[in-house]
Write a protein that binds this ligand. Sequence first.
Ligand SMILES: Cc1cc2nc3c(=O)[nH]c(=O)nc-3n(C[C@H](O)[C@H](O)[C@H](O)COP(=O)(O)OP(=O)(O)OC[C@H]3O[C@@H](n4cnc5c(N)ncnc54)[C@H](O)[C@@H]3O)c2cc1C
Ligand code: SF4
Length: 570
Amino acid sequence: MYIKESKQAYDAIVIGSGITGGWAAKEFCEKGFRTLLIERGRVVEHRKDYVGEGIPPWEQPLRSKVSLAEIEQQYYVQKNCYAFNDSTKHFFGNDRDLPFETTKGTDFWWIRANQLGGKSLLWHRFSYRWSDFDFNANKLDGFGNDWPIRYQDLAHWYSYVERHVGICGQKESLPQLPDSEFLPPFDMTAPELHIKQQLEAAFPDRKLIHGRQAHLTKPSAHHLAQGRGQCQARNECQKGCSFGAYFSTQSSTLPDAAKTGNLQIAPNSVVHSLIYDAASNRVKGVRVIDNDDLSEREYFGKVVFLCASTLGSTQILLNSRSKTFPNGLANSSGVLGHYLMDHNYNAWAKADIPGFKGSFYSGRRPGGLYIPNFYFKPDPKRPFLRGYGMSAGAYREDWQALKNNDGIGIAFKQQLQKPGKWKFSLGAQGEMLPRFENSVQLHAFKKDKWGIPQLEINCRFSENERLMMLDAAEQGQTMLEKIGLENVSSGLHGKPPGSGIHELGTARMGKDPKDSVLNGFNQSHDIPNLFVTDGASFCSSAVQNPSLTFMALTVRAVNYAGKEIAARRI
Ligand SMILES: Cc1cc2nc3c(=O)[nH]c(=O)nc-3n(C[C@H](O)[C@H](O)[C@H](O)COP(=O)(O)OP(=O)(O)OC[C@H]3O[C@@H](n4cnc5c(N)ncnc54)[C@H](O)[C@@H]3O)c2cc1C
Ligand code: SF4
């Protein structure tokens, strides 16, 4: 299955093996297309290469911390990710090898996972559908270009993806958050059920619901056939999960693609650029630099799907310059690289929950609860456009609450063994507006070790995002106070764009080829056999975690491309 050189002309070439690339490969292979999946990083085998799995912190030299020297040398950006530690660091990109620039006065945390499986190994699995309020938002308030699709265009593909992935959650019939095809949710704890009741009574426009996540709480026969098993609620996911109980390329899409016999994978193959043939106006193939020995090779195919992550895909397009496309391939519109977005996680609120001293739980639920966006309808009186969702959850303090206290002897040890107070926390996830000036371009002269120009990222949160986070902190405080929680506090972090790890935009879709790169099927307006199906294609960010929508867009695009190929239009 793994190859290096190849003389074959493939039916489909998929670049990137993360969440979107895994899906594209599976769908093409299952349709009978001879498919090449190109991945810049090393092979990570399901189970065998989850080297941090099952190792508790006390068996690690630095108790799961990474040494400062290692961070300074290799992980000075990746260290900012909450999931970065000694058991997961091998799944993060190496900052020394993957340099990028930020425009003076700006900051961007570009979190990367450059190996087979990409960020599908590391993600937190929150999976929410978008609604028509989201697809209509740009059109309604005039900020950003109109999406060329609506919810109905994706509804079928959401279901298709969800049945395969396995999303746990509960039906709520909310207009702003369409229900998925659900497996049972993880339980709420007693304090959470109490807070839900209080909050929904005090704020009728708000709901506290189960987080929706790509976990097999009750696997179907279809999931078991993928070789996956039931989630054990141990919250060790980002180390890799041998049960295959959360969705990743390794656990789910790759094995299905491999079963068809139509898949070949070229690992350690850093895509430098796409090979464009002006005479036929087609992408003929892909130019690759070997990750290890830096030698060059080429692969050829009939259709190319870019799934190299939002900024990875755009970097490849920008670097594929030709006489026809001097400013980047498929960039006749001039918007390639522009309208970069992320989510803004900068507001928080927390409180103590009185009572529930006799309430305990077992297991470690690998996720939390969610307050869907209650500002989903535009309101000219609000001082900002769009809205935010909130992640939420209750937890019980353990010995760690006393870790900074002085103490010694039996009494102190006994105190450490007692469960502490119940706490409740809220964290906002705000929409970021698409702005032309938030952009990426190729650096004029700085290159990486593969000779690829580095990306220069120029991205800032705007006044709209600042006002939105102030509101989120204030609303969080108000909600927690009103429902009778104690010691309520709220505030703002100062994290820059990129910290949401939901990069979106830079090769956006649109109806008009003059102001967009892709049409409503993620197909280049300029070059019919070129598709981009990751977050680069987004016209707005909404508030929901985006990867479920990436998956739905990808399978829809493959289905469309398959028909176009059969009809010999591409
Ligand atoms: C800690 C963490 C938590 C997250 N939680 C959530 C969540 O709860 N919900 C959610 O929706 N999203 C979440 N995300 C984001 C989610 O992981 C990404 O949106 C998703 O993985 C993007 O899929 P992708 O296929 O576009 O890119 P990736 O999964 O990043 O895969 C891209 C692949 O392309 C390869 N590649 C890049 N450039 C090249 C090149 N030049 N040549 C060859 N190959 C290349 C990379 O090596 C990589 O394997 C989280 C991310 C992280 C890190
Ligand atoms: S919580 Fe579930 S998905 Fe996560 S590591 Fe444990 S079994 Fe795997």
